[in-house]
Design a protein around this ligand. Structure first.
Ligand code: OSB
Ligand code: MG
Length: 373
């Protein structure tokens, strides 16, 4: 595969409802999209970082810089037998996994189109539909949160994840359990606690949560291992797991029982598949996390979730929960039993809506040569 042209663009799209975590509130997304052209095919992917360096250190601005000045020229300079070779080519750049993932994942889309198969099948995915949950942010009131949960359950979603932080945790979970005693429920703290909060974290065991996600430091596994010995609720790690080796170490020291795999955080499909394989060999279930993606990133998440080890419902849900109008056709829809059908069409299986993408673009830059034909 020889990439002859790469286009980067930034799009801006308001969320239909703000999304709030322990690190802040998002109302409008800024997303860097990458389009790579090779052999008559175009592959698309997105950088999944947030607008501010709060989930991790990447932002649209850092991704633009790293892509434009390093990753894009390196990609245009070579030929590849497989998209997985990009990971090795990108290794000199430390970190910046979300910038790397966008380019690598665009090449996976091209590879699937060249082979005439779906991206899900190309990476070894076997599922025809994936189980879906929703991640519900911190709301202005508990009543609003309870209403939202009721609506998502009525729509068919298989599990509810709520965001927690000090001041929005035990009392909120109590109210949720009062009204929904048996729904599959989990809580994500996005690193809002430390071991000093142990007495409070122990109270989580009252609620029979499926798991608590990343309660402690964003770069920690040691304290999570200490915490896991003190609580019955399974710990799921997100922020602190970047490589399959991180996953192996965390599992070996007992820092978690479940891992949330995000394509951006792990640098793309090559890293995600490796992490999935390590977890599977160790009997640790995984699920696919979300980063408020546009339809492009969402399509990649659906393909990843088709792998056998993704046994738990993920944070991959319908386009309309995020956008008035998504940038792909068709939009991602969820069935009444809380699943998304994995598309059988070649590549990511959804068509980027070029007119719509153009309308929401705020900047654009191209590299390499247009096709000569
Ligand atoms: O921790 O999983 C997280 C969104 C932004 C940053 C971090 C996280 C999230 C979500 C949203 O939980 C998941 C989604 O609906 O895309
Ligand atoms: Mg999380």
């Amino acid at each position: 595969m020889k990439i002859h042209r790469i286009e980067m663009r930034e799009i801006r799209m308001p969320l239909v409802h703000f999304f709030e975590t322990s690190f802040g509130r998002t109302t409008e997304r800024r997303i860097v999209l990458v389009r790579a052209d090779a052999d008559g095919f175009s592959g698309w992917a997105e950088v999944t970082c947030g607008e501010s360096p709060f989930y991790n250190y990447e932002t649209p601005e850092t991704a633009w810089h790293i892509l434009r000045d390093f990753l894009v020229p390196w990609t245009l300079a070579g030929e590849f037998n497989s998209p997985s070779e990009l990971a090795a080519r990108f290794r000199p750049v430390r970190g910046h996994a979300m910038a790397k993932a966008a380019l690598e994942n665009a090449l996976w889309d091209i590879e699937a189109q060249e082979k005439g198969i779906s991206l899900a099948r190309l990476i070894g995915g076997t599922r025809e539909e994936i189980p879906c949950g929703v991640s519900i942010g911190i709301q202005n009131s508990v009543e609003e949160l309870l209403d939202k949960i009721a609506r998502e359950l009525a729509a068919g979603y298989q599990r509810i994840k709520v965001k927690i932080k000090p001041g929005w945790d035990i009392e909120v979970l109590e109210r949720i359990r009062e009204r929904f005693p048996r729904v599959p429920l989990m809580a994500d703290a996005n690193s809002a606690y430390s071991l000093d909060d142990l007495p409070r974290l122990k109270l989580l065991d009252r609620f029979f949560l499926m798991m608590v996600e990343q309660p402690l430091g964003w770069d920690d596994i040691i304290d999570h291992a200490k915490l896991q010995k003190e609580i019955a609720t399974p710990i799921c790690l997100d922020e602190s797991i970047h490589t399959s080796d991180d996953a192996r170490k965390a599992i070996e020291i007992g820092a978690c029982k479940i891992i949330n795999i995000k394509l951006g955080r792990v640098g793309g499909f090559t890293g995600a598949i490796a992490m999935h394989d390590v977890c599977r060999a160790k009997g640790v279930p995984v699920w696919c996390g979300g980063m408020l993606e546009s339809g492009i990133g969402r399509a990649h998440n659906i393909a990843l979730s088709a792998l056998e080890g993704f046994t738990l419902p993920g944070d991959v849900s319908a386009s309309k929960r995020y956008w008035k109008q998504d940038i792909i056709d068709p939009e991602v829809e969820v069935s009444a039993h809380g699943t998304i059908a994995v598309p059988a069409r070649a590549g990511i299986g959804y068509a980027p809506n070029l007119g719509r993408i153009e309308r929401v673009t705020s900047r654009k830059e191209s590299f390499g040569k247009a096709a000569s034909a």
